[in-house]
Design a protein. Structure first.
Length: 443
């Protein structure tokens, strides 16, 4: 019996020894693998905020450990990225990748694609927006004409353009008065437009949502249109120059009338429909001066007309029984006889004791004719108006005239204007000796 047990014990001892060896080998191997820490990958990252257009220098970069798989197009050493141009702005500690750098063959190394132009704007009226503006953002560009003036006009001249760089004014006592310089990327044609606006008007910027790329018609507006009653739609307006003349300021005790004068463009079809509605039938002939109905009917007609005209010029003149007023607008040419050509209108009011207004309106169109003369068209019309009532002057141009009167006086724009004509809207307001502020737009 004892002889049979000893071999069994020997076999058990050998098996136990082998199992212990296997277990120890597996345990130690796993323990070493778990305790071993692999050295992380080193990647080139931005040491500060890098705006679009920046050329990378060694001081702009640093090596930083990166756990996990490296981003596609990343750099494992600084010399690989030095000298490249940033195409999309890079935040601090963000890896430098090829997708955020400008392809040098396509852009010349400065991040401007072929066929595009970079142009700088002096932004005066958007100081609160500048701290949030970064390269790569998209903005709309607005131009404000006659800033801090009752005749101020605003137009959106560019939409959804990309910002290349932002330069805030230097800190100091005059920093509030110094404009920020913003460089945008746009087409050559739009670069010319925005450069002209930057030199002759005040520039504002509108920051867009990154996901908003919609563009559409953005008609300009006048400051006066902001104070119209809520039910009126804003007309399409374009501010232009209009010179007014009157002999002397009216003395407060004399009273008189203020005349708000708007000169606008409208198609011949719109004017024909409007005249037909006003008169109840077809109209013909040359220059025509007609009073709009007083009160609500006239207001409705004026509101409807605003939606189909484009303002070219506006002014306000004052007149009285003893002091007529006149204005002139459009280009002025020296005629062979030394006179001036253009559109002029003379106003002669007669104000009754009980506030009645009799207004004589004399529009006159004078244009060069050949090389040695001029041609003149005029009409004199007397109207009885109430306070706030408007009169309309139409048919100032000859049918089929080439170039038409709009182009002759104000120049043509991008849209065809062969069938356009001028319309003048005159709104009379009795002052009664008070020098009040009156809106240029009809209330």
């Amino acid at each position: 019996m004892k002889r049979n047990v000893l071999p069994l014990l020997g076999i058990a001892f050998v098996v136990a020894l082998a199992a212990s060896g296997i277990f120890y080998g597996v345990f130690v191997s796993q323990l070493k693998r778990a305790s071993r820490v692999d050295k992380p990958t080193q990647l080139a990252v931005a040491s500060r905020l890098l705006d679009r257009g920046a050329v990378l220098k060694a001081s702009d970069l640093k090596l930083s450990p990166w756990a996990g798989a490296a981003p596609p197009g990343s750099f494992s050493s600084l010399p690989q990225a030095v000298g490249k141009t940033v195409y999309v702005s890079i935040q601090e500690n963000e890896p430098i990748t090829e997708s955020r750098l400008a392809p040098e063959k396509a852009t010349g190394g400065i991040g401007i694609a072929k066929g595009m132009r970079a142009v700088s704007l002096h932004v005066i009226d958007s100081s609160g927006l500048i701290p949030f503006l970064r390269a790569g953002h998209h903005v709309d560009v607005q131009a404000v004409h006659n800033r801090n003036n009752p005749n101020a006009a605003l137009r959106t001249i560019l939409q959804n353009v990309e910002v290349l760089s932002v330069q805030a004014p230097p800190e100091g006592n005059n920093s509030q008065m110094s404009p920020s310089v913003v460089t945008i990327l746009t087409s050559p044609e739009n670069a010319d437009r925005v450069a002209l606006a930057d030199s002759g008007s005040s520039i504002r910027l509108l920051l867009r949502n990154p996901l908003d790329n919609e563009e559409g018609p953005r008609p300009g507006i006048l400051l006066a249109s902001l104070f119209q009653t809520a039910e009126k739609s804003n007309p399409r307006l374009l501010q232009a120059s209009l010179s007014a003349r009157q002999t002397q300021p009216l003395p407060a005790e004399e009273g008189g009338v203020e005349l708000d004068v708007l000169v606008a463009r409208a198609t011949a079809k719109v004017l024909e429909d409007f005249e037909s509605t006003l008169s109840g039938g077809e109209l013909g002939g040359s220059i025509r001066v007609t009073a709009l109905p007083a009160g609500a009917p006239g207001n409705r007609m004026w509101t409807s007309l605003q939606q189909h005209i484009e303002l070219l010029a506006s002014s306000r003149v004052k007149a009285s029984n003893l002091r007529p007023a006149s204005l002139r607008t459009g280009k002025q040419w020296k005629s062979a006889h030394g006179g001036m050509c253009g559109l002029s209108i003379r106003f002669e009011p007669r104000i009754g004791l009980h506030g009645s207004l009799h207004l004589r309106i004399q529009p006159e169109v004078t244009l060069p004719s050949g090389s040695k003369g001029i041609s003149t068209r005029r009409i004199i019309t007397d109207l009885d108006l109430t306070d706030g009532q408007s009169a309309i002057v139409t048919r100032l141009g000859e049918p089929g005239e080439s170039p038409n009167l709009v182009d002759s006086l104000f120049g043509s724009d991008s849209k065809p204007a062969s069938h356009d004509d001028l319309i003048v809207i005159v709104t009379a307001r009795l002052t009664g000796g008070r020098q009040g502020n009156v809106s240029l737009a009809r209330r």
